[in-house]
Design a protein around this ligand. Structure first.
Ligand code: BGC
Length: 268
């Protein structure tokens, strides 16, 4: 696949996209994938009219949410192509019966994105939909927590240190913090652990204001938290240097370049 960017093109103009900050959350974005032949096999997009300044890997941890996935893939391609960014979508599917391990799937997605030389990683849950086009899907110097104002929580901040749902982080930062923990099988805590990793290395969390960080969340049934979550969190907090990218092991079943995403199926 030819992924080279045409250097003769003018630079993409991000000011217009940011200041325009168009409301994106419209019915049409859900219903159909517009101009789908712009998207390359494996879910990659390179603007054809201008030279992009940013390359972003979108990494989605996934299992058993087919309807949400279909809606998300349609929406996110329609949304992101407005932003004139080079991006590719990596879907990491847990293909075993163990409790879902979101953070470990994100580590696996990061390993693939690093291999493909993406400098910016966005870890994205499948049930979150960004509402404004000015919310550029790029990495700031500090790790960015993206869904700050979510409709499900009446557009209030969930809690001060909340770091869940969707995070943008430079690849080098993710490597510095040794990725995420591999220990969190089941619901809860892995995002708080990631927040602590980021802080322990001296980074600060960045958040955009309400005009740029509103999200819509699709409904799903309430997850049951990990039993003894507090103890696990305390234990995991002592292991940033030995638990993460440097201890990641898993079985890769298959990698398929689907028409709209790169599908990585794994057993943990
Ligand atoms: C959990 C997080 C979760 C948050 C919001 C916290 O209690 O530890 O993992 O993202 O609640 O639901």
């Amino acid at each position: 696949m030819d992924t080279a960017v045409n250097t003769k093109l003018p630079k993409c103009d991000y000011e217009q996209i940011i200041f325009g900050n168009e409301f994106a959350y419209r019915g049409a974005y859900f219903r159909e994938l517009l101009n789908l032949n712009e998207i390359r096999q494996g879910g990659e997009f390179i603007p054809s009219e201008c030279r992009p300044e940013f390359s972003t890997a979108i990494i989605i941890p996934y299992r058993h949410r087919k309807d949400q996935l279909e809606a998300f893939i349609v929406y996110i391609h329609n949304f992101m192509r407005q932003q004139q960014i080079h991006y590719r979508i990596f879907l990491v599917e847990q293909n075993d019966e163990k409790p879902f391990n979101r953070a470990k799937l994100l580590n696996i997605g990061a390993v693939h994105a690093i291999k493909e030389k993406f400098p910016c990683l966005i870890f994205h849950d499948v049930d979150l939909f960004p509402m404004n086009v000015g919310n550029l899907y790029v990495c700031t110097a500090q790790p960015r927590h993206m869904p700050v104002y979510i409709d499900k929580y009446h557009f209030n901040v969930v809690y001060k240190d909340y770091f869940g749902g969707c995070v943008a982080m430079r690849t080098e930062t993710f490597q510095i913090i040794n990725g995420m923990s591999n220990l969190f099988f089941g619901w809860g805590g892995e995002d708080d652990n990631c927040f602590d990793r980021v802080k322990s290395k001296g980074f600060k969390i960045c958040r955009f204001g309400p005009n740029y960080s509103k999200y819509m969340m699709l409904p799903h049934k309430k997850e049951i938290p990990i039993v003894h979550l507090k103890a696990l969190m305390e234990n995991a907090a002592k292991q940033f240097h030995t638990d993460g990218l440097n201890s990641l092991n898993y079985t890769e079943k298959i990698v398929i370049l689907q028409p709209f995403y790169t599908h990585i199926r794994v057993e943990l």
